[in-house]
Design a protein around this ligand. Sequence first.
Ligand SMILES: CC(=O)N[C@H]1[C@@H](OP(=O)(O)OP(=O)(O)OC[C@H]2O[C@@H](n3ccc(=O)[nH]c3=O)[C@H](O)[C@@H]2O)O[C@H](CO)[C@@H](O)[C@@H]1O
Ligand SMILES: C=C(OP(=O)(O)O)C(=O)O
Length: 418
Amino acid sequence: MGKLLIEGGCKLKGKINVSGFKNAAVAIIPATILAGDKCIIENLPNIEDVHVLKRILTQLGGNVSFDHEQKLMKADTSKIEDCFASYEMAKELRASYYLLGASLGRFKKARVSFPGGCNIGSRPIDQHIKGFEALGAKVQIEHGIIHVEAEELKGAEIYLDVASVGATINIMMAACRATGKTIIENAAKEPHIVDVANFLNAMGADVRGAGTDVIKIHGVDEMHGCTYSVIPDQIEAGTFMIMAASTGGDVIIDNIIPKHLEPITAKLREMGLEIEEYGESLRVVGKEKLKKANIKTLVYPGFPTDLQQPISALLTQAEGTSIITETIYEGRFKYVDELKRMGAQIKVEGNVAIIQGVERLSGTEVAATDLRAGAALVIAGLMADGVTQIDNIHYIDRGYESIEKKLLSLGAKIKRVE
Ligand SMILES: CC(=O)N[C@H]1[C@@H](OP(=O)(O)OP(=O)(O)OC[C@H]2O[C@@H](n3ccc(=O)[nH]c3=O)[C@H](O)[C@@H]2O)O[C@H](CO)[C@@H](O)[C@@H]1O
Ligand SMILES: C=C(OP(=O)(O)O)C(=O)O
């Protein structure tokens, strides 16, 4: 299994291009099932989650190709006749749950094993199920498989108890093919909800209000193929902003939507960093000394939970005591023990981490416990004295495209060893 070796202390300098948004891509690929036709998806990130979904669609009977250089997927789902995603298929990623909504919409039934994804706390899918049932589906769970089936899907009003990203997208997909109007209240508002809604509309759906907490979907009789380009990855962009900050570097982060990064930009400015925003890029100029910050993860437009681990790594080097409150996932502090092995001073009490800034981290052998924990360890390695060896990098490969190549182009001393 691969490892990353990082020699810390290099100031990152130069420009990197942000890839397509993982969390939009992993919904858009299953959503092609709704078209039952040929879709061309551009600006897809070349990451493991996308490769896994390509394999799943192919196993279901789709004709799918992915050009890694062009970042372009051609997916023809016309030959898929129903959807059974076994444990072996679904365990690889969280987004396998989107096969439920898309297949329920098109075939009025689906069978999908419980989804995998990062182990960052309990990740129930009760709101997805509540939505499917409201649309008229029967949902049964047997031997770890979720069976959803409906005679007919009928539009409904659904109030989500929590503004869940996955439930919002899953219900939106199924409702595209229900009769009449569906209203999702307390819907999630993350940028990828808007991107998926735009993709559904490009396939002939009628989804309005995405990006607000009320989404209205008028069911349509038919959907069709389309060509669509995925938005830039908010979380990858935020991670590189933090990497630039961690090394006192000077980095231009290109191919982004600055609006999506506002919660991160605001926090980094509070910590003393200089950030210049342009139309589709921004420049982060690092500082020798960083100020402490208090951060609470919240749904969009709050500070994203997916950047809690990376920014915590950065705060280990800030002056004074920073407080992180994680409100989305109670288990998202597993990486703290690894950072402590590098000399970080962090105390976790329930959903709060108290970080006391230290002069220097020191490189050692550490292991990623999940995707963003992996990113946090890369950041720690960039800042640390000596060499940091990161194991379990398959987690990082799930969501970051060629992380070591992008960092090498910025002057980092990093190498992948098998
Ligand atoms: C593939 C993908 O897009 N993953 C993202 C998605 O995950 P995911 O879609 O799994 O996250 P949700 O937005 O659904 O979860 C948010 C919160 O709601 C709770 N909940 C969720 C569903 C449900 O039926 N019942 C329930 O109680 C969860 O336990 C969690 O506390 O959004 C998360 C929150 O921004 C991100 O960290 C993940 O990177
Ligand atoms: C938690 C994440 O991913 P997933 O939901 O796919 O596990 C993430 O992207 O940080």
